[in-house]
Design a binder for this molecule. Structure first.
Ligand SMILES: [Zn+2]
Length: 412
């Protein structure tokens, strides 16, 4: 009994000493923090930080912040009503899956840039992948639809009957076009395939959130040969331009002669580009700026690219936290699944929009500082998060400083 009393008393002491030691103030709105708003404005150097592509390039040191995004795709095979110019269902499904698997592998292994010569451009993973999405098809729900359409089945990207930019096939068959990237696989017109003067190309075009691909069935090549064309056209949808031009918005993709391969003669004496957004035999390299551009679109509220993603940021992850244990600057928008903890003595600066999954929170430990510069903290899933917990002990308190126009929304 004596032991029990002692144990009970010391437990009580422990509990009360803990609760008096750390106090927590939860911030749900910034109105109550008006004294934390500094008169200083956001420094000019950081005015455009949320729009800089490089601020969205994946940083492998922080996998919880830069996780792989998943683009939903479905696939339509077009064929004539009479004759066979494209795959049957079973062979088409198998062929496309092989092509997609190879394309995903190429996004993951990304290759070093060959241009400019002697460059030290970092090699980062593209950090996005493709996931098949079901739609209504002739056999029920499936990611693969097979359409017979005498008028719209074929594709030509040159000559007088060129129809590559004709939207009718998309308008007729597209499904879930705001949520799913629709891939159309069309054969080159059989009359052109039969013509001795026509060269059948591996080709395609991106239009809105759809892509058309051609040269697949009729060339009879192994599936992996079409993987880079799939990646190229999808990258157009995700926001990339051709990179041989000067104005593609990236300093790390030098203008070039867009040579297919090195011939030893000008202008293709070599080395030639291996960038995915040039036309070359490799198409294996994406630069940090190109990857950043696509991820900037993924993080832009209401962008067409964001709507094509599975919203992984709406799945809360309670098993681990993002621990800020050295000074950090978050210079681009983020969509987080985890709690964030700013450790004592450290500073986290947030410059853009950050979405927190349901029930997540930021903890600012005693002696830690959270600086907000035009920051917008919210939940982009129609749920609530738990706001900012500012902790204090007998000696010191966590601090918040706000610069410019900051917003906090959707807090429980
Ligand atoms: Zn292109």
């Amino acid at each position: 009994m004596r032991y029990f009393t002692f144990y009970f008393l010391s437990l009580l002491f422990l509990l009360s000493s803990c609760s008096s030691k750390i106090k927590t103030l939860t911030v749900r709105s910034f109105d109550e923090l008006s004294e934390n708003v500094t008169s200083q404005r956001v420094p000019d150097d950081f005015k455009s930080t949320c729009r800089e592509a490089l601020n969205y390039a994946p940083d492998l040191d922080y996998p919880l912040e830069y996780y792989q995004h998943e683009v939903e795709i479905n696939v339509h095979f077009l064929d004539a009503e009479k004759g066979k110019f494209n795959f049957e269902r079973s062979e088409g499904v198998k062929y496309f899956k092989a092509m997609m698997k190879n394309a995903i592998m190429r996004l993951r292994v990304n290759e070093k840039m060959r241009l400019p010569e002697g460059n030290d451009t970092p090699v980062l993973p593209a950090n996005y992948t493709y996931v098949l999405a079901d739609m209504e098809t002739e056999v029920g729900r499936s990611p693969f639809a097979f359409h017979k359409d005498q008028e719209l089945y074929w594709f030509l990207n040159k000559g007088k009957n060129r129809n590559n930019s004709d939207r009718r096939v998309l308008e007729k068959y597209v499904q879930d076009k705001d949520q799913v990237l629709n891939v159309f696989i069309q054969p080159t017109h059989p009359d052109s395939v039969a013509s001795k003067t026509y060269t059948v190309d591996i080709t395609g075009i991106a239009m809105g959130t759809s892509v058309k691909l051609a040269g697949i069935y009729e060339l009879g090549l192994p599936a992996w040969r079409h993987a880079t064309n799939l990646n190229h056209e999808i990258a157009h949808v995700l926001g990339l331009s051709h990179s041989w031009y000067r104005n593609d918005g990236c300093d790390d993709t030098p203008p070039n002669s867009n040579c297919w391969s090195a011939t030893g003669r000008a202008p293709c004496e070599g080395p030639v580009s291996n960038n995915m957004m040039d036309y070359n035999s490799s198409q294996m390299a994406l630069t940090p700026c190109q990857i950043g551009k696509m991820h900037r679109n993924f993080h832009k509220i209401n962008s067409k690219q964001r709507k094509l993603l599975i919203p992984l940021w709406c799945d809360k992850d309670e098993t681990q936290s993002i621990v800020v244990d050295h000074d950090r600057q978050w210079l681009g928008s983020k969509d987080l699944m985890n709690d964030v903890v700013v450790k004592s003595g450290k500073t986290l600066e947030i410059y853009c929009r950050v979405s927190f999954a349901e029930g997540r929170k930021i903890t600012v430990e005693p002696g830690a500082t959270l600086k907000l510069y035009n920051a917008h903290l919210h939940n982009d899933c129609g749920d609530n998060w738990k706001g900012i917990n500012i902790q204090s002990n007998d000696n010191e308190s966590g601090k918040i400083e706000m610069y410019g126009e900051c917003k906090i929304e959707n807090v429980q």
